[in-house]
Design a protein around this ligand. Structure first.
Ligand code: PEP
Length: 245
């Protein structure tokens, strides 16, 4: 079954109100490329304003708490993201796993909370450079999948080798293809789940990466912060469906 492509932008801790112009520009691309889904995850402060101007562009959060509410100063629940107009949430990004000591069990709890709130979780997994060099990439990814996935199979996976994030390095096309097949084989609803690649995706490499059969889109950091580079990546995605809407 052909899966609809998803090109997702992760703004991380970047973006003030003036950055909303990027979303206005991308909105036009979402009309032209209605054969695929476009997601932007701005900082939480911009979500309500982003939703107002997004048109067909989907807006997501970059994290959520596993609890619905309570004494968790500074945190945001999945229900709050939904209430603000988000429809997706990125979870388990390597920057959160490393910088906030998030373990896979926590990612699973957050993913379950996101699904209960009606959000689509984008669950990030990825190996470090030393793990890949030691030949342990599949072992690490297999374990992350086993421990991070919620029971409900309605999620998106983002395979992001940690050493490729924000470094300008990308995994080889062969390694990406092999890892995406490995991941799909281990998913209970394998053929129906979108698996994105992330890690220094840019206009120059997007077409080759997105042409790989088991790559269903990209999670883009740095290159999503400018409308011209993000739209060039969207443009590079192959057409799997006739445009709709
Ligand atoms: C990311 O933030 O998930 C990411 C892949 O970043 P970059 O595209 O900048 O490597």
């Amino acid at each position: 079954m052909a899966r609809r492509m998803l090109i997702a932008g992760n703004w991380k801790m970047n973006g003030l109100r003036q950055s909303l112009g990027i979303i206005e520009e991308i909105r036009a691309f979402a009309i032209v490329r209605s054969d695929l889904d476009i997601l932007i995850a701005p900082p939480a402060t911009l979500i309500p304003a982003a939703v107002k101007i997004a048109g067909l562009v989907k807006i997501g959060g970059q994290d959520c708490h596993s609890k619905r509410s309570g004494a968790h100063t500074g945190d945001i629940s999945a229900e709050m993201l939904k209430d603000a107009g988000a429809t997706y949430v990125i979870l388990g990004h390597s920057e959160r796993r490393a910088g906030h000591n998030e373990k896979s069990a926590m990612v699973r709890a957050k993913a379950t909370a996101a699904q209960s709130a009606g959000l689509m979780p984008v669950i990030c997994i990825g190996e470090s450079e030393s793990e890949r060099r030691a030949g342990k990439a599949e072992l690490v990814i297999g374990r992350q999948l086993e421990e991070s996935l919620p029971h409900d199979t309605d999620y998106v996976i983002a395979y992001e080798p940690i050493w490729a994030i924000g470094t300008g390095l990308t995994a080889s096309l062969d390694d990406i293809a092999a890892m995406h097949i490995f991941i799909r084989d281990r998913l209970p609803a394998g053929k129906d789940v979108k698996i994105l690649y992330g890690g220094s995706v840019k206009p120059e490499n997007a077409a080759a990466i997105l042409a790989i059969e088991d790559v269903d889109g990209a999670l883009v950091g740095g290159a999503s912060l400018k409308a011209d580079s993000f739209s060039a990546i969207i443009d590079a995605a192959p057409i799997r469906f006739a445009a709709s809407k």
